[in-house]
Design a protein around this ligand. Structure first.
Ligand code: HEC
Ligand code: HEC
Length: 441
């Protein structure tokens, strides 16, 4: 605390000196921000390292991260496509084909977003996931709620949920186990304990213990011993932990905005400074986009009437997530968590007040990751700012709008200043080494 106060004081002096002459501005930081505004701005920068996740003991293991990077590109375990390429939807192959989906299918390019599904608002895997795909850069800052409705309470559990999700990989944990055994056994065994069971080898005399395709609920799964089931489920959790270790490295810092807050007065232009003043003031954005990753990690109703191709218009957001979250065998208090006592799920109950709430999205590199909202229904930041300027939609949204979502009465110049500010949040691109398909020869 002391450090931050001191920093603000020093910057205040530095900026006050930079704008000599205008005596009436003498009190204003950089000639534009009140002390109160500058204190709020100080809460938004710098971006430190992502928070620790004690439920994943491999999260800082470089070998696990290197393995996770390979797995990000692995398609071998993907189940049959339910919707094929129709020549215009960006589909991943013909309906019924297997081995076509990887994480990188929907998380591509320097910002790891969906660059393929057409139209680009929702994501096409084995089927249409009725959501816009998310950037993987800086995803490890969301804590603990992952996904737009907080369906998961750790990055590692998110990283495996798609395997058995029909619209994602439409696969099974036994398909995954065989793919890991066939393609990555040595690397897996070097990181995790116990080693994968040699009966996963299809040529093993005991191969029948591990069917080719089975998951909880299927007759093949129910026929397995509990020990063999647990062996496969633990493997699945470990795969999630390796993927999460990789995702934790995908960090982008040092945006022009950060350099500005650190004292470089001309790191952002005057329009962006005016936009920043609106962001922490009259436009009220900072009420929810409130931390260095620009999300308060909480759930709000911004009055969005969901619409668009392949979108489910009556999703209830946080409300719909609770049953799955509490019942998820991979949640933070479950047996596969490396710290079941984090208390993340304390007080989480399904309640009507959660209808229509979504997790506040982070806004780092926001200019690089259109379209916007969980529905991908806005193509530009101008459209997003118009939406907030009107106080959200008038009707058609679920639940009740947050009190702070009201018409803002911004002028056209103010709206463009706000967009200019949002464009200063793009930090350094992550190293190409971290984006490389390390599975490829
Ligand atoms: C078919 C497309 C698709 C595939 C394949 C896919 N994802 Fe995603 N991913 C999405 C979509 C869509 C979302 C947004 C879901 C939501 O939050 O509502 C998402 C969200 C996420 C998030 C949470 C982001 C956030 O803001 O909380 C993580 C982490 C993630 N994906 C990791 C992965 C990993 C790891 C894989 C591979 C095992 C993967 N994804 C495969 C489409 C995909
Ligand atoms: C009441 C809390 C709240 C306030 C105030 C708020 N937001 Fe949001 N914001 C959210 C939530 C929640 C989402 C995610 C909604 C969704 O995906 O459906 C979001 C999403 C966004 C997105 C889309 C991000 C993406 O990657 O899709 C942008 C951009 C954004 N807000 C900018 C702003 C700006 C600019 C302001 C001020 C004018 C603002 N927000 C005010 C809660 C808020």
């Amino acid at each position: 605390m002391l450090k931050k106060t001191a920093m603000i004081a020093i910057l205040g002096v530095a900026f006050a000196c930079a704008c000599n002459g205008e005596s009436e501005d003498g009190e204003l930081v950089d000639g534009i921000f009140t002390e109160e505004e500058w204190a709020k701005i100080g809460e938004l920068s710098p971006l430190e390292d992502p928070p620790p996740d004690p439920t994943n003991r491999y999260e800082d293991d470089p070998a696990a991260a290197a393995f996770g990077q390979k797995l990000f590109f692995e398609t071998a375990y993907a189940g049959p496509l339910m919707i094929g390429d129709d020549g215009s939807n960006g589909g991943l192959g013909d309906a019924g084909e297997t081995g076509k989906v990887s994480c990188a299918s929907c998380h591509e390019g320097p910002w790891l977003i969906d660059l393929r599904s057409t139209p680009n608002n929702a994501a096409l895997g084995a089927g249409w996931i009725p959501r816009n795909s998310a950037s993987m850069i800086n995803v490890a800052y969301y804590a603990p709620w992952i996904e737009n409705n907080g369906l998961l309470d750790s990055l590692w559990s998110e990283s495996i949920v798609d395997v058995e999700f029909d619209l994602g990989f439409n696969s099974s944990r036994l398909r995954l186990a065989h793919a890991i055994y066939d393609n990555h056994r040595d690397e897996y065994n070097a990181i995790f304990d116990p080693d994968l069971d040699p009966a996963l080898d299809p040529l093993s005399a005991e191969a029948a213990r591990f069917p080719a395709d089975a998951r909880p609920g299927s007759p093949e799964w129910e026929a397995m011993t509990v020990e063999d089931q647990d062996h496969v489920t633990e493997m699945m959790a470990n795969v999630g932990k390796a993927l999460a270790a990789y995702l934790k490295l995908l960090v982008s810092k040092n945006a022009p905005f950060d350099r500005y807050v650190a004292g470089e007065s001309d790191a952002i232009n005057e329009a962006a400074k005016r936009g920043l003043k609106l962001f922490v003031g009259k436009a009220g954005c900072v009420e929810c986009h409130a931390t260095p990753h620009f999300s308060d990690d909480d759930f709000h109703n911004n009055g969005l009437a969901a619409e668009g191709p392949n979108i489910v218009t009556d999703e209830k957001g946080r409300y719909d997530a609770i049953d799955f979250l509490l019942g998820n065998e991979f949640n933070s208090s479950g047996r596969w968590s490396d710290d079941p006592n984090t208390g993340r799920l304390d007080g989480v109950v399904k309640d009507d007040g959660l209808i229509g709430l979504w997790r506040t999205k982070g806004l780092r590199h926001i200019a690089e990751t259109p379209p916007y909202m969980h529905t991908g229904q806005f193509q530009t930041l101008e459209e997003v700012v118009d939406f907030y300027n009107e106080g959200g939609h008038d009707a058609g949204f679920q639940g009740t709008k947050d009190d702070v979502i009201v018409p803002l009465n911004l002028s056209d110049a103010e709206k463009s200043d706000l967009v200019e500010f949002l464009s200063t949040l793009t930090g350094e691109e992550v190293s190409p080494d971290l984006l490389r398909n390390t599975l490829a020869p």
